[in-house]
Structure formats: structure tokens, C-alpha cells
Design a protein around this ligand. Structure first.
Ligand code: MD3
Ligand code: FE
Length: 214
């Protein structure tokens, strides 16, 4: 058990994906259980739901915390200060989540990170996220920080144009990806998640993405 944990923390070097894009292997592993309790508190107030987009229902289930949350319906995408399902403000961003995101951003070369939103994505085997850019945020230079928890997945990591070559990056429980600056608008996605079981999350993968939306 502890041998495996060390293997993940030490053996796998941090991965440089671009000039300003990194995967910090195992960066969140020691905080994972605290992060998941914080997520439980958020989703007790703002439950996971599958959003509709102009192109159909998403297979990923989502929630948000922070000042604003990412929303989608048949009309399009936007950030909203309120949860459209409850009409109330999104739950505040728990300090444990915010602190982890800021430390990861700093470790990847982005000091003074001030995320105002955290999108929480839940994947089950068979779930995927198609290739897209994150461009609904007002700030397109500040990094996005992504924390992977639970069963593994494959990030699809492309370029600034949809047709650029795509690298496949395996991400596991505790890995944190940070991309900002010149790499901020790269196309990316998540390949269909394979069947697996994780001791803390069963057949789920939870991904947290921290954003600066204004
Ligand atoms: C971009 N979520 O919610 S970011 C999203 O796993 C979203 O749920 C992904 O894309 C998820 O908008 C996490 C995937 C990713 C990874 C590395 C990147 C995007 C990247 C590196 C550079 C640019
Ligand atoms: Fe994205």
C-alpha cells in the first residue's frame, strides 16, 4: 500500500506538456480524502446533474462551487452566480480545494492565482468529454488547474487548432494538471473512461477544474 503510494509520488516525473502546461504527478494524493469530503459537502447542496448543450446531453455529470458556476442549456454556455436548478448561489469554494489549486498553480509557475470558480465533473465507465477549448472565461491567460480523483482516464491534449496532433496523457488519482498562458487555449478532452474500481470512489472519476472567470 505505502510502496504503491511512493511509486506514484516519486517514480513518475512531472510531465511537461507545453511551455506553460504541466502534469504534477500525485500532487493531490495526500489531500485526496479531504478534497472528496469537501466535494461531498458541495454536492449535498448542488447535486450532480447532466447538462444539455446545443449539441445534446453531456455524459459527464457536473456541479460547481465558488462565486460562479459553468452552466449550459439548449441556448448555449455561460457562467452564472446562481445554480439554475435551485435558484440559489453556488456553494462557496471550500478552502481545502482553493488552497490545493493555488499551491499547484504556484508549483507550475503561476504565483498569485485567484480562481473564482470550480467545476466538478463526475465520470463513470463509458463517459467521455469531446475535444473542446475552455473559452467561456473572461481571463484567458490565468491557468486552469485540474485535479483527477478516482479511476484513471486519458486526457486528449491537442494544439491551438482543432486539427492539430493530439497527445494522449494517462492521468490517475491525485494527479494535477495546470495550463495557462500560451497553452491556455489548447484543445483538449477526455477519452471514454474504461471500467475500473477505485478504493475511495468505486467506479467513479471526479475531476475538479479551477478557473478565473473574470
Ligand atoms: C488543456 N475537464 O471541464 S481538463 C472541462 O477531466 C474539462 O473533466 C477535464 O476539460 C476533465 O472543461 C479536465 C483536461 C485537460 C488536461 C490538460 C490540458 C485540458 C488541458 C492541457 C492543456 C490545455
Ligand atoms: Fe475543458
Amino acid at each position: 500500500m505505502h510502496a504503491d503510494l511512493f511509486a506514484q509520488v516519486i517514480d513518475d516525473d512531472d510531465q511537461v506538456l507545453g511551455e506553460q502546461a504541466r502534469v504534477l504527478r500525485g500532487f493531490a494524493i495526500l489531500q485526496a480524502e479531504a478534497l472528496l469530503s469537501a466535494v461531498d459537502e458541495v454536492v449535498a447542496i448542488a447535486p450532480f446533474r447532466q447538462l444539455r448543450t446545443p449539441s445534446g446531453l453531456m455524459s459527464v455529470a457536473m456541479s460547481n462551487c465558488g462565486e460562479r458556476g459553468w452552466c449550459s442549456d439548449a441556448c448555449g454556455y455561460r457562467y452564472s452566480a446562481t445554480d439554475p436548478d435551485s435558484g440559489r448561489a453556488w456553494p462557496a469554494m471550500p478552502l481545502s480545494l482553493r488552497d490545493l489549486a493555488c499551491r499547484a498553480a504556484q508549483a507550475a509557475g503561476f504565483p498569485d492565482y485567484r480562481p473564482d470558480a470550480c467545476l466538478i465533473n463526475r465520470y463513470r465507465p463509458g463517459t467521455r468529454m469531446g475535444l473542446h477549448q475552455d473559452r467561456d472565461e473572461g481571463d484567458k491567460i490565468a491557468p486552469i488547474v485540474s485535479v483527477s480523483l478516482g479511476i484513471p482516464a486519458t486526457f486528449l491534449f491537442g494544439g491551438l487548432k482543432r486539427n492539430d496532433a493530439i497527445r494522449r496523457i494517462e492521468v490517475r488519482h491525485g494527479d494535477v494538471a495546470v495550463w495557462g498562458g500560451v497553452d491556455r487555449l489548447r484543445y483538449h478532452g477526455v477519452a471514454t473512461v474504461k471500467r475500473a474500481v477505485h478504493p475511495l470512489l468505486g467506479d467513479q472519476r471526479i475531476n475538479l477544474t479551477f478557473r478565473k472567470t473574470r
